[in-house]
Ligand binder design. Structure first.
Ligand code: 3EB
Length: 303
C-alpha cells in the first residue's frame, strides 16, 4: 500500500535479542525464537484451489486456506497462541454478488480458525484488516507465541466478536488488544482502532473528529491494559503507531490531530488504505513497549 509522508521505501523491522531461525511450511514463511514466531503468507485469489467453487467464493477459499496453513504451521512448530494478525486484502469494500468482500473474509476467517479448533470469541488475536491495492494477492502477517497472551477489550466498544448482525452474518474474530508477557518484558499489541463507540461508526464524514475518537479509544485501551497488567505501565507517548488513511486529501487533518495529541516526535507510519467499514476514514494501530524494562520486542521503522 502507498506510504504517505516521508520515504516511500519503508521497512518495518521486528527485532529481538533472542537467537532466531528461519523456516517454511507450505506457503507460510517464518522466523522464530524460542518463545515467538513471526510469519507471513501470500496467496492470490486466482491461485487458490477452487475446483468447483464459484468465483464469488475465491476470496473465501483463499482466506480459509491462509488461516488453515497458519494454524497448521503453528501446531506443527509448537506456537499455539496467535497473538497479533495483520490482514491485507484487495478491494476490501467491493461488492461481490451482493456481499461486501470484508464480510466474505469474516465468514471464511471464522471457518478457517474453527476448523483448527481455535476460539471464535474471547481468546482471539489482536488484528488489523485493511484494503490492499486492486489485483494484489492477499497477504497475512502474524505473530504467535508458545505462551498465551492476555486479551484486552475496550470498555467503550462492543467486542467485535459480539457485533450485532447488521455488520455481517459472521462476526469479526479479533480482540481489541493483546498483552504478551515474556520474562520481565511486556508488549502490548493494539488492534486496528477506529471511530467506533458501542458498535456504531461515529463522526461520519468528519475525519478530524474520527481521529480524535480513535485516539480516545486507544487511550481507553491503554487504561484497561494498565489495569489488567498491574506490573506494567503503557503510555501513549511510548507507542509505535501505524495509521491507515482512506483518502489522501485527509492526510493533513489526521497528521495535525496526531501531532497535537502525541507531539512532533511520535513514531508514526502513514499508509493509504481502504478501511473495512465504508464510513470509516482513518484507522490506527499501535504497539506498546513497557518503558520500565529492557530488551522489549519492538518494531523499528527504517528507511
Ligand atoms: C472495527 O473496530 C474496525 O476484521 O480483523 C479493526 C481491526 C477492524 C481488525 C478485523 C477490523 C479488524 O471493527 C475494523
Amino acid at each position: 500500500m502507498p506510504v504517505l509522508r516521508g520515504d516511500s521505501h519503508l521497512y518495518e523491522v521486528w527485532s529481538t535479542g533472542e537467537r532466531a531461525r528461519s523456516g517454511q511450511r507450505s506457503r507460510v514463511r517464518f522466523r522464530r525464537t524460542e518463545e515467538m514466531l513471526f510469519g507471513c503468507i501470500t496467496l492470490a485469489e486466482t491461485d487458490v484451489d477452487s475446483d468447483g467453487i464459484p468465483p464469488a467464493s475465491a476470496l473465501e477459499a483463499a482466506t480459509a486456506q491462509i488461516y488453515g496453513e497458519i494454524c497448521a504451521t503453528l501446531d506443527a512448530e509448537g506456537y499455539p497462541h496467535l497473538v497479533r494478525v495483520w490482514n491485507y486484502l484487495p478491494d476490501i469494500n467491493r461488492d461481490c454478488q451482493g456481499t461486501e468482500r470484508y464480510r466474505l473474509f469474516n465468514a471464511a476467517r471464522q471457518h478457517g480458525l474453527n476448523a483448527f479448533g481455535r476460539a471464535l470469541a474471547g481468546s482471539v488475536p489482536a488484528a488489523s484488516a485493511l484494503g490492499a491495492v486492486s489485483d494484489s494477492p492477499m497477504v497475512v502477517y502474524f505473530l504467535a507465541a508458545r505462551t498465551a497472551p492476555m486479551f484486552i477489550e475496550n470498555p467503550r466498544q462492543v467486542s467485535a466478536f459480539h457485533y450485532p448482525p447488521q455488520y455481517g452474518s459472521h462476526r469479526p474474530v479479533f480482540s481489541r488488544a493483546a498483552l504478551l508477557s515474556l520474562g520481565d518484558r511486556r508488549t502490548l499489541f493494539i488492534s486496528g482502532t477506529a471511530s467506533i463507540v458501542g458498535h456504531e461508526s461515529l463522526h461520519v464524514g468528519d475525519c478530524a473528529a474520527q481521529t480524535r475518537e480513535t485516539l480516545a479509544n486507544i487511550e481507553a485501551l491503554l487504561e484497561e491494559a494498565n489495569r489488567v497488567a498491574r506490573d506494567a505501565h503503557f503510555d501513549r507517548s511510548t507507542l509505535a503507531y501505524k495509521v491507515y488513511v482512506r483518502r489522501l486529501a485527509d492526510l493533513a487533518v489526521v497528521h495535525h490531530e496526531l501531532a497535537s495529541a502525541l507531539g512532533p516526535d511520535a513514531q508514526i507510519i502513514y499508509l493509504q488504505a481502504d478501511i473495512c467499514r465504508q464510513d470509516l476514514l482513518v484507522e490506527i494501530e499501535a504497539t506498546g513497549i513497557c518503558p520500565l524494562t529492557r530488551g522489549v520486542l519492538t518494531p523499528d521503522v527504517r528507511c
